[in-house]
Design a protein around this ligand. Structure first.
Ligand code: HEC
Ligand code: HEC
Ligand code: HEC
Ligand code: HEC
Ligand code: HEC
Length: 245
């Protein structure tokens, strides 16, 4: 942290979801970021796809790097769309390319093994210099946590442009990674309940048809955005064709 000029931090630590100007989304002269066109990385190294089995604090997916939303989105107050920059523009939100992590972690916390893993993914073909292990130069193979069946049409951009918050559908993501009670196994094999940091993303909402339809029938933005056409819009949003095409 101390290697990073505070001015640089001020440029991209924009608060909250939703109220993001175009300039924030594409970075600035001081801190350029490339809007990426990559589709989200859904598959892990062994080719497994996680299909929506992860709910609650039990059974969270293993991720290749212990990434904490609580540290980044809450303590550091980095805007969701700084990392998930496709959400407003595309049907996908996507996960950030490893370059986004490197913009900070080239300098920040480089002594931590979890951060060194980022360097290993990034370096290689990107020729990083001394820290270049030559190992990979590949995207980080994040496991997918949220997944609805392919026969369902979902579009992030329609929802974000209508003014919905990420948290309405994903829960308190910015608190995930906070300390929670977990069963911890000590070196001598004894198991006890302790407060420990759960670093991985979990799915908080069901993503089932009834959940989509409930909101489509009741969300206040529909009255606000459609006025006397709101009832018509609500029936459109219940039409099977809206989500199954
Ligand atoms: C805007 C700057 C910034 C970006 C972008 C960023 N990080 Fe961080 N990250 C930090 C800072 C600062 C810390 C140290 C927080 C602290 O300990 O106070 C940190 C901490 C971490 C840690 C260590 C957590 C611990 O155990 O202390 C990991 C692992 C990490 N980040 C992974 C990532 C990954 C993966 C990405 C890309 C998806 C990423 N970070 C993007 C600034 C950033
Ligand atoms: C510093 C970058 C960064 C910030 C800021 C960030 N995320 Fe993420 N997000 C990631 C990374 C990396 C992953 C993939 C790893 C994981 O699933 O934990 C991810 C995963 C997710 C996922 C799960 C994706 C899946 O596989 O289904 C959701 C949902 C999500 N983020 C929402 C948010 C929300 C909401 C915010 C703001 C409160 C936010 N993120 C802020 C980097 C970030
Ligand atoms: C209206 C509900 C809703 C809102 C609002 C929403 N999401 Fe999602 N999100 C979903 C659903 C449903 C999926 C699963 C999509 C799939 O499997 O095709 C998902 C998937 C994701 C993923 C996994 C990768 C992907 O693109 O499928 C990320 C990351 C994510 N959301 C981040 C965000 C962020 C960041 C915001 C706020 C800017 C946000 N979401 C707002 C419902 C929502
Ligand atoms: C928290 C509320 C909420 C949830 C949950 C939600 N939606 Fe929506 N959705 C909306 C709103 C509001 C709109 C209307 C946006 C507008 O037209 O301004 C919308 C619009 C859409 C559209 C665009 C329809 C069109 O004609 O352009 C699709 C497709 C869609 N939703 C699919 C889904 C699916 C699939 C799910 C469940 C996986 C889902 N939504 C969950 C609130 C929600
Ligand atoms: C707002 C979006 C949305 C609308 C509108 C919608 N569905 Fe769905 N539907 C989903 C989602 C999401 C799933 C997958 C999750 C699940 O199984 O609940 C699904 C799943 C299904 C399934 C498979 C269920 C299963 O158990 O395998 C059928 C059949 C289906 N929908 C029929 C319909 C019909 C018929 C309509 C119109 C009356 C309709 N849907 C309207 C979102 C929607």
């Amino acid at each position: 942290m101390r290697h990073l000029p505070s001015l640089m931090l001020a440029v991209f630590l924009v608060q909250g979801c939703g109220d993001l100007s175009e300039a924030d989304q594409i970075g600035s002269e001081t801190f350029p970021i490339e809007p990426h066109n990559l589709l989200p990385q859904y598959t892990s190294a062994n080719g497994q796809i996680a299909t929506g089995v992860v709910t609650g604090s039990e059974g969270a997916l293993e991720q290749p790097i212990g990434f904490s939303h609580e540290i980044h989105a809450s303590q550091l107050n980095i805007n969701c769309q700084f990392c998930h920059s496709e959400a407003r523009k595309s049907i996908y939100s996507g996960v950030p390319p490893v370059q986004t992590c490197m913009n900070c972690h080239r300098y920040v916390k480089t002594d931590l093994p979890e951060v060194q893993k980022i360097h290993q993914y990034y370096c290689g073909k990107n020729k990083c210099g001394p820290e270049d292990t030559g190992a990979n130069g590949t995207p980080i193979p994040w496991n997918k946590v949220h997944d609805i069946p392919d026969y369902v049409h979902f579009a992030h951009n329609r929802h974000i442009q209508a003014g919905l918050n990420c948290t309405e559908c994903h829960g308190q993501v910015q608190l995930q990674g906070a300390k929670v009670p977990m069963m911890v196994t000590a070196e001598d094999g004894t198991v006890s309940e302790q407060m420990a940091v759960k670093d991985v993303m979990i799915r908080e909402t069901p993503l089932q048809m009834g959940w989509c339809l409930d909101c489509h029938g009741t969300h206040p933005s529909i009255d606000a955005n459609y006025g006397d056409q709101a009832d018509l819009r609500r029936s459109e949003l219940k039409d099977c064709w809206t989500c199954h095409k």
